[in-house]
Design a binder for this molecule. Structure first.
Ligand code: ADP
Ligand code: MG
Length: 705
């Protein structure tokens, strides 16, 4: 490597093309794999290390199944005949002076091109006694590398990084390139973290950390891959924290920007206070009171509220938003409540119309179903300020919807909406220059680390107490071969005055197929439970049909409701006390927990049965067992996150989760929390300049606002 080449790299954002040996083609291949800059290359950290400082003499190799590295000279190497067509075995015998070891490679005949008697190689793998061909100690399919002593001082006798493959970069080339980049960047990575942050978390300089990540021991210390493998190296902390900080800085800046914009000041007069009391159909829980106080503080602050209200299904989030809307109306502002489905919007509207019937507050419902004259009359009334509280679906976001004075936007079941939709509402700045308050309701409780990432610019309130009089739900996970017995239990439950939901498997292909599946299933249920009144709801029915069936179920005129997951969100029938989910293994935990929230809403003791099909894996059953163990949505969410990762858990790829390259939302929750606090402090001290230029993070779906 010449000095001239090393000079050509000036900054971490330089393209890979500047590197020796990277031509147009390779650069293009790498770019397709997401590696465009020299920093990209460095941030693809090794996923493990091979410790070649402690090579095991072959004499000491045992077949205890643990991976080891050996080093020896190839004595013989040849292709072994096999009877299976298209199947090859390549064998090499190596000798290190202490003994010999057989290496066996399946379907890697091409190794014959360079693994020849006389050369020296490293082999890393798990020696086993006998192996598939039953002759002494062997290593099957080890990773091997030629030891060409002269040139490669990056592997011989060192801890060697092992990477996930990148196109066009074989391991040795890759190591050389990475080492070259590290050398070239010496002195060219300006420190982005304030001194007090580095001191607080004992963080080494970035370049040192990158170097140690790739070549442990480079900085003179004992080369030891263990801290890396156990994820407790201070150098790894540096990389993770810097990455998380970069993201949290952008959120903290957004928070700070809000400090300088105005929101409607909403304060309750005595008269309003008594109106609020009269609207309440029940005493509030302690948690509801606390959350209302938190919201009240935001309303008085003169700044627009940005608050996430997390509460398990049935924790009573709706009333919190209704009281907020009443207060807004009394102060002369309109409110919006946006729900993800028509059923839910209609149900909210039904409840809210009832609650507000004795008051002067004027609610209305807007969904895609309201068309023509009715729609234009409603929009006119909204623009004229004759509607105080508009409840609806995403129809609320559509263009012709004009508000006179939108002061509060409430979004129910936030994870169903993209972040962009949230901002459509809050960007409606009032003529007075005031920005509407935002309250986001979420019934998928998410762990704090994830909340800080997804909603890091929001304040968080938690409803962690259920309204009184709820009885616990008995949950069982049962093979579907026992369905008959479960259906008998439903018959008994109905005889005792209860009602049941049966949720049928979700079929993604089309509404049409799904509808048929539900109808067919309902027919089977009718056969199995003769005499029970069974209704069906699915996405293919017209809203009227769906609504009348749901209403009949709510009134107790149906005993069993066979449904797709349209019932998942929000539907409230307190007398329903039995829930069966077919093929539960096809659902995520968070979704099943939501479904379970349909029962246990009244005072009947409730039961929930998750049936799994014959093809459910052990993993899937283990997942379901979590639900039998706990009814706490936060615990369920934590498990779901651990098992499926954030993208699947939230069921959407566009949910605003940044693509972290070093840090891992699940594994590194602790550092997300540290980064969130630290970012706020950095921004408040005005030291956020350097971190505001993205370096680690490339793709971020727009976050809140
Ligand atoms: P979620 O948080 O799932 O949206 P809801 O707001 O739909 O919950 O409330 C669930 C049920 O509990 C509703 O029937 C609601 O009327 C009732 N509820 C809410 N708060 C209370 C309370 N403090 N006391 C009694 N019942 C309540
Ligand atoms: Mg709700």
């Amino acid at each position: 490597m010449t000095t001239r080449q090393a000079e050509s790299i000036r900054s971490p954002s330089d393209p890979l093309r500047l590197l020796p040996g990277i031509g147009e083609t390779r650069a293009r291949e790498l770019a397709e794999a997401g590696v465009e800059t020299v920093l990209d290359l460095l941030l693809h950290l090794p996923f493990r290390y091979e410790d070649r400082t402690r090579l095991l003499p072959i004499r000491d190799v045992t077949g205890d199944g643990r991976p080891v590295t050996v080093h020896g000279q190839v004595l013989s190497a040849n292709l072994v005949r096999t009877r299976r067509p298209g199947f090859t075995i390549f064998e090499a015998l190596i000798d290190d002076g202490s003994g010999t070891l057989r290496l066996v490679f399946f379907n890697q005949a091409y190794l014959g091109n360079w693994v020849r008697p006389g050369i020296e190689i490293f082999a890393y793998g798990e020696p086993v006694l006998g192996g598939s061909r039953r002759r002494g100690l062997v290593m099957e399919n080890p990773q091997i590398e030629a030891d060409t002593k002269d040139s490669d001082d990056l592997s011989a006798g060192r801890v060697v990084p092992i990477y996930r493959k990148l196109p066009g970069l074989p391991p040795r080339t890759r190591r050389k390139l990475v080492s070259h980049v590290l050398d070239s960047l010496e002195g060219k990575l300006p420190e982005r973290l304030p001194e007090w942050v580095r001191a607080k978390f004992h963080l080494p300089p970035l370049l040192d950390s990158l170097r140690e990540a790739h070549f442990p021991g480079s900085r003179g210390a004992d080369p030891d891959p263990v801290p890396w493998e156990e994820r407790r190296s201070p150098h790894l902390t540096r990389l993770i924290l810097e990455e998380f900080l970069e993201f949290q800085i952008s959120l903290a800046q957004r928070r700070q920007a809000r400090e300088s914009i105005r929101g409607p000041v909403l304060v309750a007069s005595d008269e309003t206070r008594s109106l609020l009391k009269s609207v309440l159909p029940f005493p509030l829980t302690g948690a509801q009171k606390r959350v209302i106080r938190e919201i009240g503080q935001d309303f008085r602050s003169g700044r627009p509220m940005r608050r996430l209200l997390q509460g398990d299904v049935g924790s009573g989030k709706t009333i919190v938003s209704v009281l907020s809307a009443v207060l807004a109306a009394r102060c002369g502002y309109q409110s919006a409540l946006m729900a993800p489905t028509e059923i839910l919007a209609e149900q909210h509207a039904g409840n809210i119309f009832r609650l507000l019937s004795g008051s002067q507050i004027r609610p209305a419902l807007l969904t895609g179903r309201i068309k023509g004259r009715a729609r234009s009359a409603l929009l006119g009334a909204l623009a004229a300020g004759e509607i105080d509280f508009l409840i609806g679906t995403h129809a609320l976001l559509e263009r012709p919807v004009e508000w006179k004075s939108l002061g509060l936007a409430v979004i129910d079941e936030q994870h169903r909406f993209g972040v962009a939709q949230r901002s459509v509402l809050t960007s409606r700045v009032l003529e007075s220059g005031e920005h509407p308050h935002l309250l986001v309701l979420s019934a998928t409780p998410i762990p704090r680390s994830l909340a800080l990432t997804l909603y890091g610019d929001l304040d968080v309130s938690v409803l962690d107490e259920k309204p009184p009089g709820r009885s616990p739900i008995q949950t069982r996970v049962v093979p579907e071969s026992e369905r008959g017995r479960i259906l008998e239990e439903i018959v008994e439950e109905v005889a005792l005055g209860g009602q049941a939901y049966v949720v049928v498997p979700l079929i993604e292909e089309s509404d049409h197929i799904e509808a048929r599946a539900v109808e067919k299933h309902a027919e089977e249920l009718r056969q199995a439970m003769k005499g029970l009144r069974i209704g069906v709801v699915h996405g293919r029915l017209s809203a009227e049909e769906r609504e009348s069936t749901m209403a009949a179920f709510a009134r107790g005129q149906l005993d069993v409701l066979a449904a797709t997951t349209v019932i998942e969100v929000g539907v409230d029938v307190p007398n329903a006390s039995f829930l069966v989910v077919e093929n539960a293994e096809r659902f995520g935990l968070a979704q099943l927990h939501q479904l379970r929230g349909r029962v246990g809403r009244g005072d009947r003791p409730s039961k929930c049965v998750f049936l799994f099909g014959p093809n459910a894996t052990g993993e899937a059953r283990g997942r379901l067992a979590v639900l039998a163990r706990t009814e706490d949505g936060f615990k369920v969410a934590e498990e779901d996150l651990q098992r499926r990762g954030p993208g699947d858990m939230l069921g959407t790829r566009q949910s605003g989760i940044p693509l972290f390259r070093v840090g891992d939302i699940v594994r590194d929750g602790k550092w997300i929390r540290a980064a969130s606090e630290t970012a706020r402090e950095i921004v408040s001290r005005g030291e956020d300049g350097p971190l505001a230029v993205p370096c680690f993070i490339r793709a971020i779906a727009p976050a809140a606002e």
